[in-house]
Write a protein that binds this ligand. Structure first.
Ligand code: HEC
Length: 130
């Protein structure tokens, strides 16, 4: 689980997965052909840029179960990847980043490519039980 994936995602891959409506049930199927560069696209572009302002041990969201490292480097990325894998409601990470029932507000627009990378990362690494 500590592996940082660094394979390029293609837009085609994402579109076909979404078009097939597979993102909730069979993320595993496209995991091998379509993955996200966690350190760059999730850790730096999303967590560091949009989430660590509050989700740190001293931040506004310090009382939550989602406490991140604000180290932008590899160590921080490894730590934050583990935080995501240890978090028991992974879909909430997607929903809250989009402002759904989130005191921290809307950080990522749904049409934003970062939001789609985040959704792809979560759905391709977790079996989601609705
Ligand atoms: C302005 C401060 C702020 C920012 C920035 C922020 N959050 Fe939050 N977040 C909160 C607060 C406060 C809560 C607790 C109340 C709630 O659930 O909305 C929270 C709760 C959460 C939870 C639920 C944690 C739990 O205990 O189950 C998740 C998941 C989450 N945020 C994800 C994110 C993500 C992902 C980002 C970045 C894209 C982000 N937040 C950015 C303030 C923030």
């Amino acid at each position: 689980m500590f592996l940082i994936k660094s394979c390029l995602i293609t837009l085609l891959c994402l579109i076909s997965a979404l078009a097939a409506g597979e993102q909730t049930t069979s993320g595993k199927e496209f995991q091998h052909t379509c993955s996200v560069d966690f350190e760059k696209q999730i850790h730096q572009d999303i967590l560091i840029n949009h989430c660590v302002a509050c989700h740190t041990p001293d931040g506004e969201a310090k009382h939550t179960h989602f406490i991140l490292s604000n180290d932008p480097g590899l160590e921080g990325a490894l730590f934050n990847e583990q935080v995501i894998f240890d978090y028991d409601k992974p879909v909430e990470i997607i929903r809250k980043s989009n402002g759904k029932n989130h005191e921290g507000g809307k950080l990522l627009e749904q049409k934003n490519l970062s939001f789609q990378y985040l959704a792809l990362f979560i759905y391709s690494n977790f079996v989601i039980e609705e």
